[in-house]
Design a protein around this ligand. Structure first.
Ligand SMILES: *[C@@H]1O[C@H](CO)[C@@H](O)[C@H](O)[C@H]1NC(C)=O
Ligand SMILES: *[C@@H]1O[C@H](CO)[C@@H](O)[C@H](O)[C@H]1NC(C)=O
Length: 494
C-alpha cells in the first residue's frame, strides 16, 4: 500500500513537473523590464531633461543638474532612497563616484549624476540589476548662433538662424523642476514631477501662455499598475517640446545618447523576439503637430552594422516610431518618394520597392530620413536633422495602416486616439525586424538590439499654444520564446 502511494505520488509529481515545463515553454512570459507591468509598489522613477542636442548646456538657476529621482521601498510606510539634496546636486557639487575632472562640465556632470542616482535606486535582480523608469523632457529650441550642437557628430561653427525655433539668447534653457515626493495616503501612493521652461514662472501649476509639463504617478498599494498621468503644454517661446516615459538600458548607450545610462531594461530586447504591452488613454491630443508616439524604439549601430562604441562620427542613432495622431499626414507618397524608405517588407517577407506604385503601402509611412553620414544612399533621399542628436540619426516613422495589423499595431486613423483608450500588445520585435534601416552594401546585418523603448508625444513646432494629456500604465516588454531560450543559454554560460 505504502509503496503504491509513493509511486502514485512520484507519478503525480512527474505530471506536475511536466505540465509546469509545458506552460513555461508554451507561453514563456519573461519580462525584459525590472518592473513588469508597472506593478511593483516600491517605485523607481527618474527625470532627465535634454536640450536640442541631447545635452545640458547650461543648468537652470537654482535647479541643479537636470537629473532627479523618486525611489522608495514600501513596508508599512515609504522609505525614500534619494534625498532632496541628491536631486539638487549641480555643477561644482561633489558626490560619491564623481570623477573630479567632470565637476565643472554641465554635460558630463549630468551623466554622472544619473549614474549616482541609479546607484541609490538600484534593485538587485536576474540577469542583472535595474534602476528606474525614466521621464524624459526635451526642449526643441536651437540657438544656431550658440554653436552648441554638433552636425552629425562633427563640431561646427555657429550659423545664421531661421530653420529652428528660438526666441533669442537663452532659448535652449533647462526647465524649472518641481517635485512632489511620493506619499502614501489612505492606501494610495502618489507623487510627481512638474514644471515649466519659463524661468520667470514657478511651481504654481499651469498658466495660459506659459509652457508646462507634468507627470503624476499613482497606485493603490497591492493593486494593479502604477498610472502615469502626463501633461505637456507648448507656448510661443517653447513651441517644440517632447515628453516621454522611457524604459532604457541599465548600462551602456540608450537611444539618442552617447554615454553610459541607467534604466529599466534588465535584458535588452532583440528583434524579432519581443513584444511590448502598454495601456494608453489619451485625453487631449496636443494639436495637429503632436506626433504622438504610441511607441518609440531607439538603438544605435554603425552603418557597417557594428554596435556603437561612443565614436560620435560613426555611431548612428536609429529610431522607429508609430505616430497615432490622425492629423499626421503621410509625407511618403508616389510623388514624395524622397520621404519613403527604399522598400517595405511584408509580414510574409516580400520586398516591395517604393517605385512599385501598385503595391507599396505609402500611407503606412509618415516620413523616412537617412543618416547624414551614410555613403551609399539610394536617391532620392532626405537625410535626418544633423543637430538634434549627438551623432547622425536615422528615423522610420510609421502611421496606422492595415499592413501593421499582423503585429497588433493600429490599422486605421484614430485607433488608440482620444476616446479610444486601449491596452496594446505589440509585436514590436516582429515589426522592427522587417523595417528598412540603412547599411553599407555588403556588410553583415546589424543585430537589432533596442536600448530604449518609450511612449509619449513630440509637439513638433506648434503654431499656437497646445496641450496634450494622457495616461500610461501596464508597461511591459515581454521576451518571446526564442528570446527566452537565448537568455537561458546566456545564463547557463555564466
Ligand atoms: C571647478 O571650478 C572651481 C571654481 O571655479 C575651481 O576652483 C576648480 O579648480 C574647477 N575644477 C576643475 C576640475 O576644473
Ligand atoms: C525600382 O527600384 C528598384 C530598386 O531601386 C530598381 O532596381 C528597379 O529598376 C526600379 N524599377 C523601375 C520600374 O523603375
Amino acid at each position: 500500500m505504502a509503496m503504491e502511494k509513493t509511486t502514485l505520488f512520484v507519478l503525480l509529481l512527474n505530471v506536475l513537473v511536466f505540465s509546469a515545463s509545458l506552460v513555461s515553454s508554451e507561453q514563456s512570459h519573461v519580462s525584459a523590464v525590472g518592473d513588469p507591468g508597472m506593478q511593483r509598489d516600491g517605485l523607481r522613477v527618474a527625470f532627465e531633461a535634454w536640450n536640442f542636442c541631447n545635452e545640458v548646456g547650461q543648468e537652470a538657476p537654482h535647479m541643479g543638474s537636470p537629473r532627479a529621482a523618486d525611489c522608495f521601498d514600501l513596508s508599512g510606510s515609504l522609505t525614500h532612497k534619494v534625498t532632496e539634496a541628491d536631486n539638487r546636486l549641480g555643477v561644482g557639487d561633489s558626490f560619491p563616484g564623481l570623477k573630479p575632472e567632470n565637476i565643472n562640465n554641465t554635460d558630463l556632470y549630468a551623466i554622472e549624476k544619473e549614474l549616482y542616482l541609479g546607484s541609490l535606486c538600484e534593485v538587485a535582480d536576474t540577469p542583472r540589476p535595474w534602476q528606474f523608469w525614466m521621464v524624459m523632457l526635451k526642449n526643441g529650441n536651437y540657438d544656431t548662433r550658440s554653436g552648441l550642437c554638433p552636425q552629425d557628430g562633427k563640431k561646427v561653427p555657429p550659423f545664421s538662424p531661421g530653420r529652428f525655433p528660438c526666441f533669442g539668447q537663452g532659448c535652449m534653457n533647462q526647465p524649472i523642476l518641481c517635485h512632489q515626493w511620493t506619499q502614501l495616503k489612505d492606501g494610495t501612493m502618489q507623487g510627481g514631477f512638474s514644471g515649466t521652461y519659463d524661468l520667470d514662472s514657478g511651481c504654481g501649476g499651469e498658466h495660459d501662455g506659459v509652457s508646462y509639463y507634468e507627470v503624476v504617478w499613482e497606485k493603490k498599494v497591492n493593486v494593479g499598475s502604477w498610472v502615469f498621468k502626463h501633461k505637456l503644454r507648448t507656448s510661443k517661446k517653447y513651441p517644440w517640446l517632447m515628453l516621454y516615459l522611457r524604459a532604457d538600458a541599465t548600462k551602456g548607450f540608450s537611444g539618442g545618447y552617447h554615454y553610459d545610462t541607467r534604466g529599466m531594461l534588465k535584458t535588452l530586447p532583440k528583434s524579432p523576439n519581443f513584444k511590448v504591452r502598454l495601456s494608453l488613454d489619451i485625453k487631449k491630443g496636443g494639436g495637429a503637430k503632436s506626433q504622438f508616439y504610441l511607441l518609440d524604439i531607439g538603438s544605435c549601430w554603425k552603418n557597417n552594422g557594428a554596435p556603437c562604441d561612443g565614436d560620435v562620427l560613426t555611431d548612428v542613432t536609429r529610431y522607429s516610431e508609430m505616430i497615432i495622431n490622425p492629423e499626421t499626414p503621410a509625407w511618403c507618397s508616389p510623388k514624395g518618394l524622397v520621404n519613403c524608405p527604399p522598400f517595405h517588407i511584408t509580414p510574409d517577407n516580400k520586398k516591395i520597392y517604393r517605385n512599385d506604385t501598385a503595391n507599396f503601402p505609402y500611407s503606412a509611412y509618415h516620413y523616412y530620413c537617412a543618416p547624414g553620414n551614410a555613403q551609399h544612399l539610394e536617391q532620392p533621399v532626405s537625410t535626418c536633422d544633423p543637430y538634434s542628436n549627438p551623432h547622425a540619426q536615422e528615423i522610420v516613422q510609421l502611421l496606422p495602416h492595415p499592413t501593421w495589423g499582423e503585429y497588433g499595431y493600429p490599422t486605421k486613423k484614430g485607433d488608440g486616439w482620444v476616446g479610444d483608450a486601449r491596452t496594446w500588445e505589440l509585436d514590436v520585435g516582429g515589426l522592427s525586424s522587417r523595417l528598412y534601416f540603412y547599411q553599407d552594401p555588403g556588410t553583415p546585418p546589424a543585430k537589432r538590439i533596442w536600448t530604449s523603448i518609450d511612449s509619449g508625444t513630440e509637439i513638433f513646432v506648434s503654431d499656437k499654444d497646445e496641450e496634450a494629456e494622457w495616461t500610461l500604465s501596464d508597461f511591459d516588454v515581454i521576451l518571446t520564446q526564442s528570446g527566452t531560450n537565448l537568455m537561458n543559454k546566456a545564463e547557463r554560460k555564466k
